[in-house]
Design a binder for this molecule. Structure first.
Ligand code: ASP
Length: 480
């Protein structure tokens, strides 16, 4: 593909194939072409040095006044300009060797230069000691993502997802996508809803998780499912939450709690070994603590079990098991499922479930890491009568159950296998692996704490025509 050339010295258009800068160390004496951005510029007397950065690293490029036109162009180079340069790779003089970078023994003597695009002065320095203010980072996220720390975060995120995908494929799982436009699945949060243009007055809900679909995939006889799933929950601003976040979501048939725990534990151990070899896990196998014990001993269901809280490379995983099936919801004066209603109670006697809900434990497990919950799951109620008893205990009427969950009860009449699963919160896991304090720092394009995308300026108003088509009227614009 021909690149649009804005400026070039003489007719010497740069036209060699491109070499990545990290390969330059092996090209001493050769002429190569590199593409990238001006990461730094140092003028030493008559010599101009620039650091040319690309996806693979950075290379020092030298411009000398011998070729006047080329030199003049080099003088106009500003930080972050996108350029293409051709030149010869030479060994650096001994005293200029930089052992910190892989290209530190070589440099390029520039012969041709194209400025592919210029850059204005940036609103913040990319390598400032002090982190720029978060508002400006989010408004110019594409610049923020150029910072070294953010690049490492995003690269690690990609590698973690790749590792997990590979691991689960190797274990016989299949990756299956489930819909975004769907019906509400209760995961304890408010739904985001989307108006249905073709059925006015009706709405889709965006999934709080793929919970019901993944269970239906077990009815569909896939046996082992996973998905890198986006989950959407419309919660009030609460700490470090995002309206949309990513789960590594898993479901399996013909298994017990033990199988899921072992599978996830082995995967996490291998992941840490491969992707964060500098880290060490405090205890293997991961400790298992009952919910009751955790509350009594640590007053928390996500205890921080690190032996040395100043060791940034310590990973203390822990399983919390035997959660209570129900919790009393004071505000609504009713029992609610601690996890979600699809979880299997450890008691199978319907009368006992209904009579004393507070006493019933669930086949539910959370996995915690350094004091954070990084995942949770359960064995599901696959017997329709138990599922119904749970819904009734939560205060649903029979009609209400049919209307909301009839599809699931119907499916469970067709040879549903016993099944269970888990979901890992990828954002939080990666945040901890990178020693970050906020999940926003491990998400390429996150929202602010109050749910705004400062770069795209979302949410935003829509055209009257769009509203009209949907038959929607904004009644009170200023209402918060
Ligand atoms: N859907 C559950 C959640 O989002 C995870 C699970 O039970 O597998 O917490």
């Amino acid at each position: 593909m021909e690149i649009m050339i804005q400026e070039t010295n003489k007719e010497k258009k740069v036209n060699m194939p491109r070499t990545l800068v990290k390969e330059s160390a092996e090209k001493i004496g050769e002429k190569i072409r590199i593409n990238g951005w001006i990461g730094a510029r140092r003028d030493h007397g008559k010599i101009i040095f620039i650091d040319l950065k690309d996806i693979s690293g950075a290379l020092q490029v030298v411009f000398i006044p011998k070729d006047k036109e080329l030199y003049k162009m080099a003088e106009s180079l500003g930080l972050e300009f996108a350029v293409s340069i051709e030149g010869q790779i030479n060994q650096r003089p001994e005293k200029m060797v930089n052992d910190k970078i892989s290209t530190g023994k070589v440099e390029m003597l520039a012969e041709k230069l194209e400025i592919l695009s210029k850059s204005e002065n940036l609103p913040f320095e990319l390598d400032a000691d002090k982190e720029p203010n978060e508002g400006i980072r989010l408004e110019y996220r594409y610049l923020d993502l150029r910072r070294e720390k953010m690049r490492e975060n995003i690269f690690l995120r990609g590698r973690v997802i790749k590792f997990m995908r590979q691991y689960f494929w190797n274990e016989g799982f299949t990756e299956i996508e489930t819909p975004l436009l769907t019906k509400s699945t209760p995961e304890g949060a408010r739904d985001y809803i989307v108006p249905a243009r073709l059925e006015q007055g009706k709405f889709y809900a965006l999934p709080q998780s793929p919970q019901q679909y993944k269970q239906l995939l077990m009815v569909a006889q896939f046996e082992k499912y996973f998905q890198v799933a986006r989950c959407l929950r419309d919660e009030d601003t609460r700490g470090d939450r995002q309206p949309e976040f990513t789960q590594f979501d898993v479901e399996m048939s013909f298994i017990e709690q033990e199988d899921i725990i072992n599978l996830m534990e082995n995967m996490l151990i291998e992941l840490a070994k491969k992707e964060t070899p500098e880290k060490h896990i405090t205890k293997v196998p991961f400790p298992r603590i009952t919910y009751k014990e955790a509350m009594e001993k640590y007053n928390s269901d996500k205890p921080d079990l690190r032996e040395n809280k100043n060791d940034k490379n310590e990973l203390a995983f822990c399983w919390i098991v035997d959660f209570p099936m129900f919790e009393w919801k004071e505000t609504e004066n009713r029992w609610d499922a601690t996890h979600h209603p699809f979880t299997m109670p450890q008691e199978q006697d319907i009368e006992k479930i209904k009579k004393d809900p507070g006493k019933i434990l669930a086949f539910q497990y959370d996995i915690t890491l350094n004091g954070y919950e990084v995942g949770g799951g359960s064995i599901r109620s696959h017997k329709p009568e138990i599922l119904e008893a749970v819904f009734e205990t939560m205060g649903h009427t029979k009609e209400n159950i049919q209307q909301k969950f009839g599809h699931l009860l119907k499916a469970f009449k067709f040879g549903v296998p016993p099944h269970g699963g888990i979901a890992l919160g990828l954002d939080r896991l990666i945040m901890i692996l990178r020693n970050e304090k906020s999940i926003r720092d491990v998400i390429a394009f996150p929202k602010t704490g109050d749910g705004r995308d400062l770069m795209m300026n979302a949410p935003s108003e829509v055209d009257d025509a769009q509203l009209k088509e949907l038959n929607i009227k904004i009644v009170n614009k200023d209402k918060k």
